[in-house]
Design a protein around this ligand. Structure first.
Ligand SMILES: [Mn+2]
Length: 392
């Protein structure tokens, strides 16, 4: 985890501040919340930070059960910290065993830096929470006015290929006095591969883990983590996913084996369906695909919309190596998209444009320039699809 890249070096003062705030909150016996996105990147980030937070809390409480009351861990079902998330967390402090907590700490990872997070975060502030956001999505400037510490590689450079898991593993490594380097490298590598964020930091980390794990092995563990989190839906899959990532109980192989047939079957089946119903148009060096995902998959089933579009996009990319490839999947009120490196496509510009053109469509969304989602009311879907086709 000794990675000295420009991004991590420049983020270092904020990282040190975050570690200090976690320490001082634990010392002051404040409840610490850890909230994370419900996917492989979010879970690996959470498992990394869990080691640090758990240690700091145990050091400051005498009874084992206190770590249960003073540490709350939960994935966010939405890809942002939602209104409901904040209601639940405020209730925990003000309607429970720990009502004397005046400055609880929220640590939000792989989520938190977009405009969609703002309302939930502001509600926390009304109730005295301190907030640390560790995220790698394009940040809204408004977030900085609300939270205490906002660690985000976008503050250093545009479109950084750095996963939240890598960022969190780096922070945990530093907070744990640079111990357990191998474990944090492993987490960083899995999250980068699973989130397609294989930049400079990933390459440095992979160099160190590759004699123990191959790329395919790391990718497989990430796939199974995604499978676990998706299949468990609203139930937190912490026990199984932590085991997959730590192998503390020696059950990793068995969990992978148990899920293997069903996982592969569902992945292959879903790709077959996508390829059958995808509408692909090749125009010179540009390959654009539209898939009606709403009518070709079951709601809430595995693979998720994210995994479906990812595998369809990769399949089309592999067949069109030298071309610009853009892939869209839509349901009645959402479009998810992917674009390859050859594309100049910028989802944030498109979303801005759509918001101006369709002020009545209740458009919301965001993400990375080449991987994002757009939400809207179903009445305006066809207009929006037509507008995007003209824009690209
Ligand atoms: Mn992520």
């Amino acid at each position: 985890m000794e990675i000295k890249t420009e991004i991590l070096t420049k983020l270092s003062p904020k990282i040190q501040k975050a570690i200090k705030l976690i320490e001082s909150s634990a010392k002051a016996k404040q409840v610490i919340f850890l909230r994370y996105h419900n996917d492989c990147d979010g879970y690996t980030a959470a498992v990394a930070l869990d080691t640090l937070i758990h240690k700091k809390i145990s050091e400051n409480h005498f009874k084992e059960r206190d770590t249960f009351y003073f540490y709350r861990r939960q994935p966010c079902q939405a890809p942002f910290y939602s209104f409901e998330d904040s209601t639940r967390d405020i209730n925990y402090i003000y309607d429970s065993m720990v009502t004397r907590n005046k400055e609880p700490l929220m640590v939000l990872v792989d989520n938190g830096s977009s405009e969609q997070d703002l309302e939930g975060l502001r509600r926390l502030k009304t109730y005295g929470f301190r907030i640390i956001v560790i995220d790698h999505h394009p940040p809204s400037e408004l977030v900085d006015d609300v939270v205490d510490i906002h660690i985000n590689p976008w503050h250093v450079k545009k479109d950084p290929l750095l996963s939240a898991g890598t960022l969190a593993a780096h922070i945990a490594f530093l907070g744990m006095q640079q111990k357990h380097e191998e474990f944090y490298n492993f987490l960083a590598a899995i999250s980068s591969i699973s989130d397609k964020a294989e930049g400079e930091e990933y390459r440095a980390v992979f160099e160190k883990v590759k004699n123990k794990y191959s790329y395919d092995e790391l990718k497989l563990i990430g796939d199974v983590v995604d499978y676990e989190s998706q299949r468990s839906g609203y139930i937190e899959s912490w026990v199984l996913i932590k085991e997959l990532l730590t192998n503390q109980g020696g059950k990793r192989e068995e969990i992978i084996k148990t899920s293997s047939n069903n996982r592969k079957y569902k992945q292959e089946q879903s790709l077959k369906t996508s390829l059958k119903y995808a509408d692909t148009k090749i125009d010179n060096d540009k390959v654009v695909t539209w898939l009606d995902i709403g009518s070709t998959s079951f709601r809430g089933d595995y693979p998720s919309m994210r995994v479906i579009i990812g595998s369809l996009h990769r399949e089309i990319e592999a067949k069109n190596k030298d071309k610009e490839v853009i892939t869209f999947a839509y349901s009645s009120e959402m479009i998810t998209l992917r674009a390859n490196d050859k594309s100049k496509f910028d989802s944030n510009k498109i979303i801005k444009n759509l918001k101006e053109s369709f002020p009545y469509a209740k458009i919301d969304g965001g993400g990375h320039p080449h991987a994002a989602s757009i939400r809207f009311i179903s009445a305006s879907r066809d207009e929006i699809i037509q507008a995007i086709k003209k824009l690209i």
